[in-house]
Structures are given as C-alpha cells and as structure tokens.
Design a binder for this molecule. Structure first.
Ligand code: 5AD
Ligand code: SF4
Length: 474
C-alpha cells in the first residue's frame, strides 16, 4: 500500500533514475563517437500484455539513452523480457540463449540482458549464473523501474550483474516509456496476484497484489489521450479486485466510471477478470457505458467443480454458468472469451466432459486452450496423479475442435452487419488493413494509410472463423 508520506520518496526515485539515464547517455554518446556508428538494441517480449507494457518502459529508457531499436539480434544490446507461466516459455529462452552465445562470440562487446518473470525463479538464476555466464545483466519483475541504473552499472562492469528482489511495495510513476501504437495503449492498474490458483506460478513471480492510485491512472489516461490515444486496455492479473488494498479503497467499477469521464477517450478494454470477483456493480457500469467495449475475458480453467476446487478457483461450474447468464441478460451482445487448462492433475474423462459442457453452454467467441504445465513450487506440481501426456493431448485436440466450431458459430452472428472498427495496421498483404470491432473481432479490408488509428464503418462480408473479410461502408 502506498501512503502519501511515501509519494515524495517515489518522486525522488523517478529523479534518481532520470539521472542514471543521463549518465548512461553520456557514456553511450562517447562510445558512438569512438566507433563512428549508432549503437543498437533488440528487445523481445515473451508472454502476456503486462510484459508488453513493461517492455515499452524498458524501450523508452533505451531510446532516451540513445540506442536505436532494431529487429535483428545482431545488435549491441539484446534484451529478453521473459515469461514463465508455462514450461514452454522457459525452454524458448534457453534455446535462444544458445544462439545469442554464438553471436556474442563474433562480437564480444555485445551485451545480453534478461529480465521479467522467469528471472524470479531461483533455479533459473542459478542456471544462468552457472551455464550462461555470458549474460551481462539479470533482474526480475519488482525492480524494472531501476532499469536505467542497472543498465548504467552494466556498462561499467565486466561482471555478470544479478539483482532480483523478492517483492516490493513501490510503484514508481512518470518514467519515460515508448508506445508500440500511437492510438492505443495498455495501462497497468495493478500489479501482482493474491489468488494462488494451485497450478499458477504468477503469484510467486509477480508478488502480492497492489493497485495504482486511481488519480495516477486517470492522469496517465488523460496524458495518453492528449497524445493521440483513443483506446486503452486496463491491465491486471485480476482487475475485479482492483483498489481493495488502497488506503482509500475504490472498486474497479468506480475506476471505470472515472475513466468514462475522460474526454476524447473512445474505447475502454480490460483484462483479466476473475469470475469469483466479478461484481453486479461492474456488469451495471458496463451495460450503461458508452465507452467500455462489450467484451469480457473470463477464464474458466475447468468446467468440473471438483477440479475447480483443486485449482483453488473459488467458484464452481454452476456459479460460473449463472454468472455468464447474468452478464448475457444485462449485455446481450457481449463477446466472451476464456482460458482453459487441459490435463490438470487428477483430471478424469468425466471432469473433461464437464469442461466440454461449459464450452457448449457459455458460447465463447474465442477460447485460449493450454496443456497443463507443471510449475515448480506450486501446490499442483506436488500432486502425484499427473495426467499422462498422450491422454492430455487427445483431450486437448477434442477441446480445440469444439472451441473452433463454437467460435465460428459465434462469429457468424456478425455476418453482413456494419461495425465500427479501429484501423490498427496494414496486414501482410499490401493495401489490406486490419482493425478490431469493440467485440475484439479482427477484420481485414482494403483501405489506405491515412485511416490508421481512426474509426471507420466496415461491412463484415465473409467470416473466416476467427476473423472477417470486409469493406469500408462509408
Ligand atoms: N499450465 C497451463 N496453463 C496455465 N496457465 C496458468 N498457469 C498454467 C499452467 N501451469 C494459463 C491459465 C491462465 C493463462 C494466462 O495461462 O489458463 O488463465
Ligand atoms: Fe494465476 Fe490465478 Fe492469479 Fe490468474 S488469478 S495470475 S491464474 S494465480
């Protein structure tokens, strides 16, 4: 919890970091003069939108220091923002480190920086110290605000620098940041998670839940809007419990009401919602709002009440389906998306059938399906009844077929309608642009660059499953 008395300290921290940006910039300029070319960096983000947002903060600082961003890893600095939610994410990083080692052999001046969730795991850090000693800087999720200082220290040192914090109460505001898009932006409203779902490593690597003050969030959104942003995505592991730990508690629905007032802001999105905390107040605010998109990401994880209990999700099948019905009654055009895990320890065919049943009843527009991944240190990892890989894979394929079929049926409801779309980028095909409806549905249509970042009416002509082909209706 941030007390007012701490605000000054945090402002001092912002100034401190700005002074390290200046110091690093001076060193960098000197080096560029010596070598006679710009210095470059390549930044790759693994994982979720929170990571994307934190990478923008790191990129903003690298830009201020004077490095030029590029896509190729043949760069002076290579940075990975890592994820550890599933084992695959870790394996990808290790695989790519092997390749980086060979690049570094060719360019011994190259610096390698690893940060983010994976670095909060002690066994990972041990492995990096032992096997990947060519990595220059390692830090975690709690001290990203210290990036400028750590980077400066790294420039001056030949040793591997490792700075991992176990947790923090600090939320440092007002550091420079880059933005991937000029017209839309993620906005962190809270950090960490207190839910301890039994399969999930996030609470261990992101720490306890802490919310930013509503005034700081409103100020950031106002600033973004003044800068050309019209759509914001409010980010948190469990946005429905936003504000509970603030000195003056505020509900998520109240925060949304405050943001609704921001003039010039056109669309508000948010994720992720935990079904156990989704309030009637939120449904009411969403139904009334002119800006909140009619899309909810409501992770199910499993349709079996028995498995949900083992997962420590604190709702059951009936409660989840009742909630879906309540939302659909209040907001009939809502688009629902979800996350589902297959092969949680002890999951039986019967349990899996319950999951299929909820998928059929809830009618998801999209469902993200995951094979259960054992994460060291979580309660589920210690369970003895792990499901064999071939059984999980077979269930996964059946679930995927069902969610794809459901998704097609749900998307087809828009066929032939005209929808307002935010034009986001040119697709791989020249002259064809991609946009999103408020329902988070992708549409491809012929347009030109001048429409980027604007809202246009598009006729949805041909449903391609999870996206549409369309044409401008104006
Ligand atoms: N194995 C598989 N999927 C997981 N998720 C979280 N932890 C695990 C795990 N150990 C999924 C959940 C969550 C999404 C972000 O990742 O479905 O909602
Ligand atoms: Fe993980 Fe559960 Fe927290 Fe989501 S709510 S981050 S699944 S512990």
């Amino acid at each position: 919890m941030i007390k007012d008395t701490e605000t000054k300290e945090i402002q001092n921290e912002t100034e401190r970091q700005r002074s390290f940006i200046e110091l690093a910039r001076a060193l960098t300029q000197q080096k560029m003069q010596t070598i006679g070319r710009p210095l470059t960096y390549c930044l790759t983000t693994f994982g979720c939108q929170m990571n994307e947002k934190q990478s923008e903060a790191v990129a903003g600082i690298m830009d201020e220091i004077g490095y030029v961003r590029q896509d190729s890893e043949e760069a002076d600095v290579v940075i990975y923002n890592t994820c550890t939610v599933r084992e695959n994410a870790n394996l990808k990083v290790y695989g790519r480190l092997g390749h980086l080692h060979s690049l570094k052999d060719q360019n011994p001046d190259m610096k390698i920086v690893l940060f983010g969730c994976m670095m909060q795991e002690p066994q990972v850090v041990e492995k990096i110290k032992k096997t990947y000693s060519f990595v220059n800087l390692v830090f975690g999720t709690h001290n990203i605000f210290k990036f400028a200082e750590l980077f400066y220290d790294m420039l001056l040192s030949d040793m591997q620098i490792v700075d991992i914090w176990e947790g923090t109460d600090q939320i440092v505001e007002d550091l420079p940041t880059e933005r991937n898009y000029t017209f839309k932006s993620g906005v962190n409203i809270m950090f960490g998670c207190n839910n301890f779902c039994s399969y999930c490593i996030v609470p261990y690597v992101r720490g306890r839940e802490r919310s930013r003050k509503p005034e700081a969030i409103v100020k950031e959104v106002e600033r973004l809007v003044a800068d050309g942003v019209s759509e914001v995505m409010l980010l948190g592991q469990n946005v429905n419990s936003y504000g509970k730990t603030l000195e003056n508690p505020v509900t998520f629905a109240q925060l949304l009401t405050m943001l609704e007032e921001v003039e010039g802001l056109k669309r508000i999105r948010f994720m992720t919602s935990h079904p156990k905390d989704l309030s009637d107040e939120l449904i009411e605010v969403m139904a009334k709002s002119k800006k909140i998109c009619h899309h909810l990401h409501l992770p199910l994880q499993s349709g079996s009440s028995r498995v949900l209990k083992e997962m420590n999700r604190r709702y059951d099948k009936e409660k989840y389906l009742n909630l879906v019905e309540k939302i659909r009654t209040a907001i009939p055009d809502i688009s629902l998306t979800t996350d589902i895990i297959v092969g949680f320890p002890g999951e039986t065919e019967e349990d899996f059938q319950e999951t299929l049943d909820v998928v059929k009843k809830a009618g998801y527009d999209t469902a993200f399906t995951f094979i259960y991944s054992k994460r060291t240190g979580t309660p589920a990892a210690a369970k003895e009844d792990q499901v064999p890989a071939d059984v999980t894979k077979e269930r996964f394929n059946r679930l995927l077929a069902l969610v794809q079929e459901q998704g097609r049926i749900r998307s087809s409801r828009f066929a032939g309608t005209v929808q307002e779309v935010l034009v986001e980028e040119e697709s791989k095909e020249k002259g064809i642009f991609t946009g999103r409806t408020q329902y988070n549905l992708l549409v491809h249509f012929p347009a030109d660059e001048s429409l980027l970042g604007t809202y246009v009416n598009v006729k949805l002509e041909e449903c391609k499953g999870f996206y549409y082909l369309g044409s401008l209706a104006d």
